[in-house]
Write a protein that binds this ligand. Structure first.
Ligand SMILES: C[S@@+](CC[C@H](N)C(=O)[O-])C[C@H]1O[C@@H](n2cnc3c(N)ncnc32)[C@H](O)[C@@H]1O
Length: 269
């Protein structure tokens, strides 16, 4: 009885608790995802229809911000990895990674939340044969049981996994960038213009691939505007590619992935 009352009180005072509990009970979801991604045949690695309609829904989608989510995908929401992406955008992004990210050694995701996208991208990099030697997730909300279990899996495979429970502006992240010089950074943390630009400047010291999230979102006007500016300002140093397909069943434009790939003529440093 006391346990039930305490549990109800915790859920009331901490809205993240429900999902935390979910990941406590389903911490093996990442291992299922890893298995699914490892089993993809080579010819499907750039098959957008397969990725969009079969693989990504099977990995499980997030169920936050439901007004941004297409109703037709509701059977997959709140399941598995809780991937916080639209399948019609993520599929095209994964196919792009197949062509462009094969050399990644050090991957960082700023704003990893539950860990869904982090896990998918790390597994994708491994599947396409990238020589991944470190993978770092950053989020002040802390390490969910799912991402923790996945990290142990990476470490077991000899990959240096680190979870940094802090803001990207903190000293630990700064030290990691100085030490590792990550070559691929996914930016999805602070969605203010100033915050996302600071993350971009941090990443561009080393990265050959920088990816911004929420680049075509009515809910995130600052990251959307920043992306428009970066595409112009970085022209000549980075080639830009964007994955911004929308769902007609959703009112408005949401999410969006913007990838920047450094030109071989503009090496960092
Ligand atoms: C939209 S969610 C990220 C979703 C995740 N990338 C995914 O695809 O599943 C944004 C996350 O960024 C985190 N965040 C906010 N400001 C941050 C910062 N300065 N550095 C790192 N993370 C930050 C928040 O706690 C939140 O969990």
């Amino acid at each position: 009885m006391l346990k039930r009352v305490l549990r109800r009180w915790i859920h009331k005072t901490n809205p993240l608790q429900d999902r935390w509990d979910y990941f406590q009970e389903n911490d093996a979801a990442s291992l299922v995802a890893s298995h699914l991604i490892k089993a993809i045949p080579d010819d499907k690695l750039t098959d957008i229809t397969y990725l969009e309609t079969e693989l990504i829904p099977a990995l499980g989608l997030n169920n936050e911000n439901l007004h941004e989510q297409p109703q037709e995908l509701s059977p997959f929401m709140g399941t598995g990895l809780h991937v916080f992406q639209y399948p019609n955008q993520l599929s095209r992004y994964l196919a792009w990674l197949t062509e462009h990210a094969k050399e990644t050694r050090h991957y960082v995701e700023i704003g990893s939340r539950w860990g869904g996208t982090f896990i998918v991208v790390c597994e994708w990099l491994r599947r396409i044969g990238a020589p991944l030697s470190s993978a770092i997730a950053v989020d002040p909300i802390g390490e969910t049981p799912m991402i923790k279990r996945y990290g142990e899996h990476l470490v077991g495979d000899g990959i240096d996994y680190q979870f940094i429970k802090d803001f990207s502006t903190g000293p630990v992240v700064k030290a990691v960038f100085e030490d590792r010089c990550p070559d691929f950074v996914f930016i999805d943390g602070d969605h203010s213009m100033r915050g996302a630009l600071a993350d971009h400047m941090l990443a561009r010291q080393c990265a050959r691939i920088i990816v911004h999230h929420d680049i075509s979102s009515d809910a995130c006007p600052e990251t959307t505007a920043l992306w428009q500016a970066l595409k112009e300002l970085e022209r000549g140093v980075f080639a830009a590619e964007e994955f911004i397909d929308q769902y007609p069943s959703v009112k408005g434009s949401f999410l969006g992935i913007g990838a920047l790939k450094r030109s071989p003529m503009a090496e960092p440093g």
